[in-house]
Design a binder for this molecule. Structure first.
Ligand SMILES: [Fe+2]
Ligand SMILES: [Fe+2]
Length: 267
């Protein structure tokens, strides 16, 4: 049974600093790694962990080094995708030793598992908060789907393809989502889209397929759907998603990050 874990928006900053002067994102990522390793005996084996963008706050090589050092204890292989806070070339350089990191072009990759394939798409638009799937990335997706035939596919990227009612974030989502819809409409098999950017757990339908937005590992975007609410964060608990293939379909579990008392019998 194929299982992958998704984490997102780790926003690592240089050592000795806090994100926005408020959030210890490195501590949150360390807790995330511990949470995943602790889960393994209960839900493993896990085939892959994917990180759906905003690994760092500023896209510096120093921050990527810190990210990699915090992830070094993870007992599962992982792959990453860029978000709007990342810088493509710094990320490429920082993961140059990873066999799945493309030497040129968008940071797209694919891996096939027994039950489903995972296709990672680069939605970073340089110097912009919103996302775009460039022509090369759309071709990568179209080719991947053509080769998969009807095999189920989990498609990961950073920017959500739909609006969620949080005005400041909706203005910076995936601006050419129609192109994604066109590409996916040709696929006969099941599709699960997974993304990040919103720092909130949200599930919605996009072009008739399920799209899961993963919470961040530390801070959350404030759920405020009033007009002109501005853009702010709230220190809600971080979370991760466990996506698995069960009984002929995709299924996603939301797991809070951290250690909680439990295992109490229901009697
Ligand atoms: Fe983010
Ligand atoms: Fe983002």
């Amino acid at each position: 049974m194929t299982k992958i874990i998704q984490i997102s928006d780790t926003h690592i900053v240089p050592e000795g600093t806090l994100a926005y002067g408020q959030v210890d994102t490195a501590k949150a990522l360390a807790e995330t790694v511990t949470t995943i390793n602790r889960l393994l005996p209960q839900v493993g084996p896990i085939d892959l962990v994917i990180v759906t963008g905003d690994l760092t706050e500023h896209g510096s090589e120093e921050e990527y080094r810190r990210f990699r050092s915090l992830m070094a204890d993870l007992q599962v292989p992982y792959r990453v995708l860029p978000g709007n806070h990342d810088r493509r070339e710094a990320m490429r350089t920082s993961f140059a030793d990873a066999h799945w990191m493309p030497p040129t072009g968008p940071l797209d990759w694919q891996i096939d598992f027994e039950d489903f394939a995972v296709v990672g798409l680069d939605s970073l638009t340089a110097n912009s908060a919103h996302g775009t799937l460039e022509r090369a990335t759309l071709s990568f997706l179209t080719d991947a789907l053509a080769h998969l035939g009807g095999k189920p596919v989990l498609v990961g990227f950073h920017h959500p393809p739909f609006v969620v009612g949080i005005e400041a974030m909706d203005a910076q989502n995936l601006i050419n989502a129609n192109s994604l819809s066109t590409a996916l409409s040709l696929h006969a098999g099941q599709v699960l889209m997974v993304c990040g950017h919103l720092h909130r757990g949200i599930a919605g339908l996009f072009c008739g397929r399920l799209c899961q937005v993963c919470p961040g590992t530390s801070h959350a975007v404030t759920l405020d759907q009033r007009a002109n609410a501005g853009n702010s964060f709230i220190k809600e608990p971080g979370g991760l998603l466990l996506h698995e293939w069960r009984d002929g379909g995709f299924l996603s579990h939301l797991v809070p990050i951290g250690a909680y008392p439990g295992g109490y019998p229901f009697k």
